[in-house]
Design a protein around this ligand. Structure first.
Ligand SMILES: C[S@@+](CC[C@H](N)C(=O)[O-])C[C@H]1O[C@@H](n2cnc3c(N)ncnc32)[C@H](O)[C@@H]1O
Length: 389
């Protein structure tokens, strides 16, 4: 309903001071005023048993957090150029939209929210929820909040960026021109986020997303056009991806042996950094009929066998990379909508030659379990030449 702007601001100010106040969001931009931030979030917090308001302002890339006293006057902030203002209590959501003609339209809806006063700062995100990339990917709503159905993906992307950033800062900090290939990119949530994140760090990025689904390529090219970024997409099998220069090869939940195809492609193209978060894995599960004793103790339980063989698969992937001269670690990643598997294999190319003990342990493992990982078949030539296995 139409309402005087002053009355709307008064209503918002009363509601934010309500003991049942949960959160407020300011976003969008009025016709003639440029707000300082893309989005502002306000919530009540308890700091040393004292109630305060926490204001998190985002410029679309970084968040700035400050805490203010309960008598803080929010009216100037409400009038600083945001077009959409929303204040939620535990039972009501009060929203005000300021039109191009500076007319205020208010609305009230029923909600059921919990007032959470924890003062822990929200995890510092690598890319803010309100980043325009997430809007273009339809992961966020009009207020720049990640949609509940996309929250798992957002968290995966965020954690992936965090783990990637550690490696880039450690290994490629001098390089300002990076070539990235995302293998099994799907709808390219990670691809575009990586590009946006690295460009935000002042890096020149060339990016290629590969997926066998041609609808993914069409979708991703539309998003690239919308974002006006230079990202290329190929609809092909990972195994058929043409060779090219690659600094960082990534694969997020590429199914089953597609992760092996991604590692194989990355190794053959001399990737400096390889980061894969594997998904479902079946290949070794079907190979293992009998286990070397006393491991039968674990493999007799289907669930335990499945987890053990998953770990075996990833450990052997890591060992193969190690034998091929990569420094490898396996770190905790984040589970998601498709998988509870939460490991990431990170490998950095180095000149170290494999040790005899590394070769022996690898060969013993294959021998005792009577297995041949798919990745070992794909990289048979390289393993023979470089690692003599
Ligand atoms: C679980 S989705 C993950 C997509 C994306 N990486 C993400 O995390 O949002 C796996 C994707 O890998 C693609 N894929 C699976 N096997 C592939 C292969 N051998 N070659 C190319 N793409 C493959 C599928 O089409 C699918 O889009």
């Amino acid at each position: 309903m139409k309402i005087e702007l002053s009355e709307a601001i008064e209503q918002l100010s009363i509601r934010i001071k309500d003991p049942l106040f949960v959160r407020a969001v300011l976003s969008g931009k009025r016709r003639s005023i440029q707000p300082e931030f893309v989005r502002v979030d306000i919530k009540p917090v308890l700091i040393k048993d004292e109630l305060k308001f926490q204001i998190v302002s985002s410029d679309g890339k970084k968040d700035l957090t400050k805490n203010v006293e309960v008598d803080f006057s929010f009216s100037p902030l409400f009038l600083s150029g945001y077009a959409n203002l929303q204040v939620d209590t535990t039972t009501e959501s009060y929203s005000v939209k300021i039109s191009k003609k500076d007319q205020a339209i208010s609305g009230i809806s029923k909600v059921k929210l919990t007032r959470e006063l924890s003062h822990d700062r929200q995890k510092q995100r690598m890319l803010a929820e309100s980043n325009h990339v997430f809007k273009a990917l339809e992961m966020s709503d009009l207020l720049g909040r990640i949609k509940p159905t996309k929250m798992d993906k957002y968290k995966q992307v965020d954690e992936f960026l965090r783990l990637m950033n550690q490696l880039i800062e450690g290994e490629l900090s001098e390089q300002k021109d990076l070539s990235i290939v995302d293998l099994g990119c799907g709808h390219a949530y990670l691809t575009f986020a990586v590009q946006e994140f690295l460009m935000g760090k002042g890096q020149k990025v060339s990016i290629l997303g590969v997926d066998e689904r041609s609808d993914s390529k069409i979708h991703n090219e539309e998003i690239a056009a919308k974002l006006k970024v230079n990202a290329k997409f190929l609809a092909t099998k990972i195994a058929d991806t043409p060779n090219q220069k690659v600094d960082i090869a990534i694969a997020l939940h590429a199914c089953d042996t597609a992760t092996d195809d991604a590692i194989n492609w990355a190794v053959k193209n001399d990737a400096k950094i390889i980061m894969v978060a594997p998904c479902c894995m079946h290949q070794l599960q079907t190979q293992i009929k009998d286990s070397p004793e006393p491991w039968g103790l674990l493999t007799k339980y289907g669930l335990v066998k499945e987890r053990l063989v998953d770990l075996l698969t990833d450990s052997l992937r890591a060992q193969i990379l190690k034998l091929l001269g990569y420094k490898v670690d396996i770190v905790e990643f984040i589970g998601g909508e498709h998988t509870a598997r939460n490991l990431m294999i990170r490998a950095v190319k180095s000149d170290t030659s494999p040790s005899q003990i590394d070769r022996e342990r690898y060969l013993q493992m294959l021998d005792q379990w009577q297995i041949k990982p798919h990745l070992a078949n794909l990289l048979a030539q390289e393993l023979k030449t470089s690692a003599k296995v």
